[in-house]
Structure formats: structure tokens, C-alpha cells
Design a protein around this ligand. Structure first.
Ligand SMILES: *[C@@H]1O[C@H](CO)[C@@H](O)[C@H](O)[C@H]1NC(C)=O
Length: 238
């Protein structure tokens, strides 16, 4: 309790010396209270006699106070600059970073393919497209933000007894082959496989799945052929 009172007086003392005439009445009151204080004052090296008995604004601690004020001001500016920098870094890193999509091929009883060239698969049934990176008309994902992404696709096909499973899907990034999944099988008539990859993408990079020329996906009545991806964490592009 005593320490608290002392601390309060200490603050009052500083207030009395730092403030100017605007709040004279309140300060006079504080000043008078301080002057009439009977206990010991924790002034340390400061000249308490001067602080409380003579005119306000006298020499006692004015030098130390202005040094303290200056140092506090400079440190506050430093802290403020640090906070602003941190704030813009956080905004840069988190802006528009909820990116995820999941899409599936529409159910089909017949076959997709074969074609005479590699054809990108348009997974048209979109159940999630956060950040609008996925375009179902083209089957292409365009990275809205640079970062590390995870992509998964499942290749499923079911053929009758007469035909053979002959499929090959490849995951492409900007025209470059990344991963594939294939089947050339006269024994099974139904099969599926799944590929997952992690990819570093620049903003605007495109990722899609191609069906290779001459191959086909058949009998997927349950939309087992899916393509999905999400941003694991963003990068800041230099
Ligand atoms: C289709 O993909 C295959 C396998 O990646 C590749 O060898 C071939 O050059 C591609 N065809 C075209 C026209 O790009």
C-alpha cells in the first residue's frame, strides 16, 4: 500500500512538471496534495524540496524529464514502425489464401475418349471452389496465389468383358508432365488409381489433368473420377 501511494505521488510529481497551464486547476490540486503529503518521498536523486516547495517548472528534474520524454518518443516510433511492418507482412501472407477445390466428372455410362490428341479432362461437377481457382469448363486450375499446393486425382474406368482397360491420365503443370496413372489390362474390367503430388506454383500457373490420345475412361456412373487441390501454404513472390 505504501509503495503504491509512493508510486502515485511519483507520477503526480512528473505530471506537475510536464504539464502546462491548460489543466491548471486539476494540477494545482495535485500539487497541493503532494505538498501537504507528510510521508517520505521516493525521489531518489531528485530534489524534492525544489519540486514541491518552489514554483512549478523549476530546474529540479526538467533535464531528466525531457531526456526521458525524448527516449520514450523514439522507442514508441520504433515500436510503431515494427508493428506496421509486421502488419503488412501478415496481410501479404494471408490475403486471399483460402484456396481449395474439388471436382468430379459427370456420371457416364459410355466412354470419354479415345481422342486423337491429349485432351484435358473437364471435371464438371464442382463441389468446392474456394478462391475460384478452378475452371470447370476447361478443367484447369489457375493458382490465384503463389505457394505450395497439393493436388490429387483419381482415375477410374470400367469396361465390359469385350473391351480392355486402356487408360492413362497425366497431371500437367503449365504444359509440363508432373505425374501419371495408367492401365493397360486385359484381365481386369474395372480399376482405379489415385495420385497425389505437392507442387510449388507461381501465381497464374496452371494445373490440369489430361487423357492421353488413344485412351479412354469408361463406365464411371458414380463420378469416381475426381480432381482436387488446395493451397498448403503461400509464398511471397520476389
Ligand atoms: C501427349 O502426352 C504424351 C505423354 O506425356 C507425350 O509423349 C506426347 O508428346 C503428348 N502429345 C502431345 C501432342 O503433346
Amino acid at each position: 500500500m505504501k509503495t503504491l501511494t509512493e508510486a502515485a505521488l511519483y507520477v503526480l510529481l512528473i505530471l506537475c512538471f510536464c504539464s502546462h497551464s491548460e489543466s491548471a486547476t486539476a494540477l494545482d490540486l495535485l500539487h497541493n496534495t503532494a505538498v501537504s503529503w507528510k510521508g517520505t518521498l521516493p525521489c531518489g536523486q531528485w530534489d524534492c524540496e525544489c519540486a514541491f516547495s518552489r514554483q512549478r517548472g523549476c530546474c529540479c528534474v526538467i533535464k531528466q524529464l525531457s531526456e526521458l520524454e525524448e527516449a520514450t518518443f523514439i522507442r514508441l516510433i520504433g515500436v510503431w514502425e515494427g508493428l506496421s511492418r509486421l502488419n503488412s507482412q501478415i496481410e501479404e501472407v494471408t490475403a486471399g489464401c483460402q484456396i481449395a477445390f474439388t471436382a468430379a466428372m459427370l456420371p457416364m455410362t459410355a466412354c470419354f475418349g479415345p481422342f486423337t490428341s491429349n485432351v484435358s479432362v473437364s471435371y464438371q461437377s464442382v463441389s468446392l471452389n474456394q478462391g475460384n481457382g478452378y475452371n470447370p469448363a476447361l478443367g484447369t486450375f489457375t493458382a490465384p496465389h503463389a505457394g505450395l499446393y497439393c493436388f490429387t486425382f483419381t482415375a477410374y474406368s470400367k469396361v465390359g468383358n469385350v473391351d480392355r482397360l486402356y487408360q492413362k491420365l497425366q497431371l500437367m503443370k503449365d504444359g509440363q508432365l508432373i505425374a501419371s496413372s495408367w492401365e493397360d489390362n486385359r484381365v481386369d474390367s474395372e480399376d482405379s488409381s489415385t495420385q497425389t503430388v505437392l507442387l510449388q506454383l507461381r501465381q497464374g500457373s496452371q494445373v490440369y489433368v489430361e487423357l492421353l490420345s488413344g485412351r479412354q475412361l469408361c463406365g464411371d456412373t458414380q463420378s469416381y473420377n475426381t480432381f482436387s487441390g488446395y493451397l498448403v501454404y503461400p509464398f511471397t513472390e520476389e
